[in-house]
Design a protein around this ligand. Structure first.
Ligand code: HEM
Length: 399
């Protein structure tokens, strides 16, 4: 590829990404566009503090005493309104450390592999067969079915159902996350929104009571029982898993597939599968499916010469912090400043990081399983969603 062609491909990939942000969430698009020029930390009227620098963002995520998850601005505030004060305990204190410690082995590389293979393995094999038979595949739809399968496994829902049942599980999670769309300016929910959210939660967690009683110790709900967490908190944690991993996982996967195609870099990956780890990391960095992380300012603090007051909120614009490094480049080495900021940082660092990476890896391996490259036949951005993504991304292999 000549450097002109390469530059055009990189611009093309960036344009598709920008379109996803614009179609998915106009408020987010505008905030990111405005904050590009504000410097590492700035105060934005009605929103609070915004941080765009990766090192500063990580400092905030590691200062758990000053920047908290519960209280206005933090995601724990939303969860507590749905599940009660036990959920605040989970996000804020000793309970959190206990749950993370007890669940750790379920989410290591090995734990992730057994979860992904158990819940999704046969589906990737089927996808490979369809591709080899010359079928056009909608990768975005596939990621929704796969996410529904993973969540059903985690939540004790039946796993021997047809694809539509898994699409419905995904859609329920999407509706619940969608209720958080209006919370950029405040995390205080209207009673009517709480009511709607509780109905969706009841649907998502319909298998949790039985699984909490009977699930084996090798499952997250079995561990919750061993810890005697009680059903309300187990339900809250199960919902957290369902929400945290579905839209983000689906978005990261389909956008990485598109980025590899649009930049033409899938050919390098086909030639050298040793680049897979880089490809997955770059896909996650450039898409950053959780583009904003919010925290509550619990006590007065000084950050980069700015005085932050207790009670304010702070938004870490992870999307800008990670994409500032440069465009998608499969040959880019690990960047120490960003580390894995797309998975957060500090004690709330994404529990499902290994699962997320593995899902992307399995999808890319499946798409390249015929030994031929794929091309995008058509694509459509999702509209009005919390996590920008593709509603449809149809691909087929070619010579
Ligand atoms: C590409 C996919 C994913 C991305 C980008 C992502 C991103 C994140 C981020 C940024 C956080 C930290 C939020 C904060 O500090 O406020 C987080 C937390 C979390 N994620 Fe993920 N996530 C992904 C996939 C998953 C998956 C697949 C699962 C589960 C199987 C999962 C489970 C969790 C859980 C349980 C937490 C809360 C951890 C805690 O508070 O201790 N995530 N994720």
């Amino acid at each position: 590829m000549t450097s002109d062609v390469r530059d055009t491909a990189v611009k093309d990939a960036a344009r598709h990404e920008a379109r996803l942000l614009w179609a998915g969430n106009r408020g987010l698009f505008a905030l990111l566009a405005a904050a590009r020029h504000t410097g590492p930390i700035a105060r934005v009227p009605k929103l609070g503090w915004v941080v765009t620098d990766p090192v500063l963002a990580r400092r905030v995520l590691n200062d758990h005493a000053t920047f908290t998850m519960d209280g206005e601005g933090g995601v724990g505030h939303l969860w507590t309104q749905l599940f009660g004060p036990e959920m605040a305990q989970f996000f804020g204190g000793a309970r959190h450390a206990e749950v993370r410690t007890r669940a750790r082995d379920l989410f290591t590389e090995d734990g992730a592999r057994s979860l992904v293979e158990r819940s999704q393995g046969p589906w990737y094999a089927e996808l490979a067969r369809r591709l080899a038979g010359g079928e056009t595949i909608d990768v975005a739809d596939a990621t929704r079915v796969l996410a529904g399968r993973l969540v059903s496994d985690l939540l004790g829902l039946p796993t021997d159902r047809d694809d539509d049942a898994f699409r419905a599980v995904f859609a329920a999670g999407e509706r619940l996350a969608g209720l958080a769309m209006g919370t950029t300016a405040s995390t205080e929910l209207d009673p009517e929104v709480v009511e709607r959210a509780r109905e969706i939660v009841a649907e998502i967690t319909s298998g949790v009571d039985a699984a909490y009683r009977a699930a084996g110790a090798g499952t997250i709900l079995g561990r919750c029982r061993e810890m005697d967490l009680g059903l309300p908190l187990a339900r809250g944690l199960a919902t957290l898993l369902a929400i945290a991993g579905t839209e983000t996982g689906a978005s990261g996967t389909s956008r990485t597939v598109a980025l590899l195609h649009d930049t033409g870099q899938q050919h390098a990956l086909l030639r050298d599968p040793g680049l897979m780890e880089n490809a997955v990391r770059e896909g996650l960095r450039v898409s950053t499916p959780a583009p904003v992380i919010g925290r509550h300012v619990a006590r007065d603090a000084e950050v980069e010469g700015q005085r932050l007051r207790a009670g304010e909120r702070i938004l870490l614009l992870t999307y800008l912090a990670t994409t500032g490094v440069g465009p998608f480049d499969i040959r880019r080495e690990y960047v120490p400043e960003t580390r894995q900021l797309w998975f957060g940082g500090g004690r709330h660092l994404c529990l499902g990081a290994a699962v997320a990476r593995l899902q992307i890896t399995r999808m890319l391996e499946t798409l390249h399983s015929t030994g031929r490259p794929y091309r995008v036949v058509s694509r459509r951005a999702a509209r009005r969603v919390l996590v920008p993504t593709y509603a449809s991304l149809r691909i087929e292999t070619h010579d």
